[in-house]
Every structure is written in C-alpha cells, then in structure tokens.
Ligand binder design. Structure first.
Ligand code: NAD
Ligand code: UDP
Length: 312
C-alpha cells in the first residue's frame, strides 16, 4: 500500500485519480481549497477507511508523510484561472515550491500536472515535448501558461539541485464526468447548452482544433508516468491524437443529445490557440505502450449521461 497525496483532489481530474488509487489499495489524502473543486466529486469516497480530506491551500506549506504526490491544484478553465490571475500564478508557483519542498523533505516522488498550454499558440504541429512553445507573457492566458511553465522550471531545478524524484506530465484537453457545469470549457459548455436546448456558443468561426482525451485514459497515463524509473522525468505529453474542429464538436454534441439547439458564433477569446494536437510517441515508448483507448463518441456518451444526471 502506497500513501499518496493528491493536491486538487476534489477537482475534475483529481477526483478520478483519488478513486482509481483507492480502488488499487492505496492510502489517499485529497488536499483541496474547493476553489473550483467540490466535495460532491468525492463524497462517495468519504466512507472509505483509507481516504482522508485536507482543506488546505497549496500556497501555504503543508506537511504529511507520503510516498507519492500528484500536484494538480490549479484552476484549469480559462474563466476560472482568469478570475484572479495573481492567485493563479501564486497557486502554480508557490504551490510547486511548497509541494517540491515537501517532496524533498520526506523523499517522496512528485508528479506535476502540467499542460499543453506551455506550447501556447503552437507554431509546430503536432507538438512534441522538444518544442519550446509560443506563449504571450502578458496576455489573458499568461497567468496560467507562464505559471505552469515556471512550475516546470522549478520541478527540473529541484531535480537537478536537490535530487528530488520528479515527473512532469503535459496534459492535453481532457473531458469526462465531474467537470464543473459552468467552468466554460468547450465540452461541458456545449453539452450543458445542448441539454437545455440553448444556443451553442462557438467562439470564432469554429475552425480552431483541439484533441480531446477521456479522463480514464489520462488517469492511466498519469499512474504509469508515476511508476516509470527515476531516471525518466519527462516532460511527457498525455493526450489523444484525434483532432477535431470545434464546429464539428458542436454538431456532434447536438446530434448525440438530440437537441434543438442552434449554433451561434461569438468573439474568439484573446490568444486562443488555432490548433492543438499532441505528439505522444514519447509516452508510447516510455509508458509501457500507453495510448488513449476511448473514442470521442464513447467518452461523450458517458459525459452526456453525467450532465443529464446533474442538470435539472
Ligand atoms: P479543476 O479546476 O476541476 O481542478 C483543480 C482543483 O484544484 C480544484 O479542486 C480546485 O479547488 C483546486 N485548487 C485550485 N487552487 C487551489 C489552491 N490554491 N490550493 C488547493 N487547491 C486548489 O481542473 P482539472 O481539469 O481537474 O485540472 C486539474 C489539473 O490538471 C490542473 O493543474 C490543470 O492545470 C491540469 N490540466 C487539466 C487539463 C484539462 O483538460 N482538464 C489540461 C491540462 C492540464
Ligand atoms: N470554445 C468555444 N465555445 C465555448 C467554449 C470554448 O468555441 O463555449 C472554444 C475555445 O475558443 C477554444 C476551444 O473551444 O478554441 C477549447 O476551449 P477550452 O476553454 O475548452 O480549452 P482551451 O482553449 O484551454 O484548450
């Protein structure tokens, strides 16, 4: 049995990770300040004897004896991370420093939930880990992008300077049950709008692309990444390589929900990347042949069922 700390454990991805690691017989501490996460996502785990909750903010130091730390604490959707950009930077940077300091002190292994946003609006397509990115340092998305880039720097420096065992996973657009219905991300927005027969808000002409990964595939990749030999630190891309135009996602969701919604076009947000698709050859090589297995329609079906169950 491993003792595992998951920061941001009450959020969308964190809640799936908590459940999976508990089911595999581990002792799990879920740390969260509930900014974007919710107890609803983990309430079904509360009676588990090896599950603990810690209401805590990662910008403050924290101490617990654990073997592994997954550092997920950070708002992930544009409307939430732009709500208080200074706090977003603090969460990424001070959170990384606090968790890396803890990992150093207790000799734990630590995995950082980094992001495809470190590539910004990429000039290289698909994006391999060797690409350094195209990021605006002073735009609306910068608090998130640069915060996450600085966190990667800190992870590498703690590894080189203090021999901390680190893992960096660059997560590409992920969706599934437990996403916040109002967090503004495209999959949750479109499903909620379609279920309410409301207009579907496509930003810009909808020709921008994303590659959508179902959360179970991501969780599998993160756990495999944590289990790689110490010499492998990453960064490693974790994402699905099937690329879709946003307008096609809107049409697919309307069809799958049987909705009467109409597509409308709204302004494209500042610095919205035009295209995004991971090169996952490194993950396939280093993570025991890991590859996303869940097709978009199958994942959307489970996600639509989840939103149907929570929307009145
Ligand atoms: P989420 O917003 O659902 O989860 C983030 C969690 O962190 C929430 O429970 C929130 O309450 C908590 N949190 C935020 N600030 C905190 C703080 N200062 N102290 C303690 N807890 C705090 O988002 P998610 O989609 O589950 O993302 C989880 C992680 O994965 C994030 O670090 C995000 O950057 C990364 N990521 C997600 C995606 C994606 O597509 N979902 C893509 C790339 C990277
Ligand atoms: N998007 C959209 N309508 C929405 C929400 C998002 O057209 O209601 C677009 C957004 O402009 C972007 C893509 O969908 O091009 C993915 O947006 P999301 O916020 O989910 O993730 P990110 O931009 O961080 O990849």
């Amino acid at each position: 049995m491993k003792r595992v700390l998951i920061t941001g454990g009450a959020g969308f991805i964190g809640s799936h990770l908590c459940e999976r690691l508990l089911n595999e017989g581990n002792d799990v501490i879920c740390l969260d300040n509930y900014f974007t996460g919710s107890k609803k996502n983990i309430v079904h785990l509360l009676s588990h004897p090896y599950f603990e909750l810690a209401r805590h903010d990662v910008t403050q130091s924290y101490y617990a004896e654990v073997d592994e730390i997954y550092n997920l604490a950070c708002p992930a959707s544009p409307i939430h991370y732009q709500y208080n950009p200074i706090k977003t930077v603090k969460t990424s940077v001070m959170g990384a420093i606090n968790m890396l300091g803890l990992a150093k002190r207790i000799r734990a292994k630590i995995l950082q939930a980094s992001t495809s946003e470190v590539y910004g609006d990429p000039a290289v397509h698909p994006q391999p880990e060797s690409y350094w990115g195209n990021v605006n340092p002073i735009g609306k998305r910068s608090c998130y992008d640069e915060g996450k880039r600085c966190a990667e720097t800190l992870f590498m420096d703690y590894h080189i300077q203090n021999k901390v065992r680190i893992k960096i996973a660059r997560i590409f657009n992920t969706y599934g049950p437990n996403m916040h219905p109002n967090d503004g991300r495209v999959v949750s927005n479109f499903i909620v709008q379609a279920l309410k027969n409301a207009d579907i808000s496509v930003y810009g002409d909808g020709n921008q692309t994303r590659s959508f990964q179902y959360v179970d595939d991501l969780v599998e990749g993160m756990i495999r990444m944590m289990d790689t030999p110490d010499a492998f630190t990453g960064p490693v891309n974790l994402g699905n390589t099937n690329e879709f135009r946003i307008i096609d996602l809107a049409r697919l969701i309307i069809k799958m929900t049987g909705s009467n919604s109409k597509i409308i076009h709204e302004a494209l947000p500042q610095n919205d990347p035009i295209q995004r698709k991971p090169d996952i050859s490194l993950a396939q090589k280093e993570l025991n042949g890991w590859s996303p297995e869940i097709e978009l329609e199958d994942g959307l079906e489970k996600t639509i069922a989840y939103f149907r169950s929570i929307i009145k």
